[in-house]
Design a binder for this molecule. Structure first.
Ligand code: PRP
Ligand code: URA
Length: 211
C-alpha cells in the first residue's frame, strides 16, 4: 500500500467518535449524528490544501489585506445510501458546495457494484470533487464512483471514507493512483462476506435504521 496518497486522520476527537460508531449499542439517532460530526472533522483536514488568494477588506479599525479561498469551486458526491449521512456535515463547513449523487449497491452474490442512480451538477467538470462513503471495503463501489465522476471530465478528485480496509485502499490506488484518500481508520481486514473487520457493520443500515 502506497501511503503517500492516503491521509489517516487520527485526531483524538475523530478517534473518540469513531469508537462510538463502532459500538453495536449505539442507536440510530446517535449513529447518524456522529457520522455527520465525523464528516465535518474530516472535511476540515481534507480541505487543508485549498488555495488562498489575498483580498483587501476594511475592518472597523483599518484596511487589511487578508485571505480568502481561491480557485475552483467544490462539489461533493455521496455514494448512496450511506454516503448521504456525511453530506450535512460537509455542508456545515462548505455551504456553497454543490451536491451530486451516485446510487450504487453491492450485489450480495457477486459483491460487484451496481449503479442505479446518477445526477451531477451541470458544471461538475469545473469543480474539484470529494466523493463520500463511510465504508471502503473491497473498493469496488468507490472505484466505480470515481470512474463515473471522471467520465464527466472532473480532473481533481478526493475520496473520503470513515473506515477503510487495506484491500479497498489497494484497489482504489491501483485503479486511480491520482486520487487522494482521506480516512479516519484503516482496519485489519475483510471477512468472508467482505465486511470490514472490526468495522462498524452495515453503515447504510445503521444510518437509516433498516435492520
Ligand atoms: C456499502 C458502503 C459502500 C460499499 C462498500 O454500501 O456504503 O458503498 O458497501 O463496499 P465495497 O468497497 O466492497 O464496494 P452498500 O452496498 O451496502 O449499499 P447501501 O449504502 O445502499 O446500504
Ligand atoms: N459496507 C458496509 O456498510 N460495511 C462494511 O463493513 C462493508 C461494506
Amino acid at each position: 500500500m502506497d501511503m503517500e496518497m492516503v491521509h489517516v486522520l487520527d485526531h483524538p476527537l475523530l478517534q473518540h467518535k469513531l469508537s462510538i460508531l463502532r459500538d453495536e449499542n449505539t442507536g440510530v439517532k446517535d449513529f447518524r449524528e456522529i457520522v455527520s460530526e465525523v464528516a465535518t472533522l474530516m472535511c476540515y483536514e481534507a480541505t487543508r490544501d485549498l488555495p488562498l488568494e489575498e483580498v483587501e477588506i476594511q475592518t472597523p479599525v483599518a484596511k487589511a489585506v487578508t485571505k480568502q479561498i481561491a480557485g475552483k469551486k467544490l462539489a461533493i458526491v455521496p455514494i448512496l445510501r450511506a454516503g448521504l449521512g456525511m453530506v450535512e456535515g460537509i455542508l456545515t463547513l462548505i455551504p456553497s458546495a454543490k451536491v451530486g449523487h451516485i446510487g450504487l449497491f453491492r450485489d450480495p452474490e457477486t459483491l460487484k457494484p451496481v449503479k442505479y442512480y446518477c445526477k451531477m451538477p451541470t458544471d461538475i467538470a469545473e469543480r474539484d470533487v470529494i466523493i463520500l462513503d463511510p465504508m471502503l471495503a473491497t473498493g469496488g463501489s468507490a472505484s466505480a464512483a470515481i470512474d463515473f465522476v471522471k467520465e464527466y471530465g472532473v480532473k481533481h478528485i478526493k475520496l473520503m471514507n470513515i473506515i477503510a480496509a487495506p484491500e479497498g485502499i489497494r484497489r482504489v490506488q491501483e485503479d486511480h493512483p491520482d486520487v487522494e484518500i482521506y480516512v479516519a481508520a484503516v482496519d485489519e481486514k475483510l471477512n468472508d462476506h467482505c465486511y470490514i473487520v472490526p468495522g462498524l457493520g452495515d453503515a447504510g443500515d445503521r444510518i437509516f435504521g433498516t435492520k
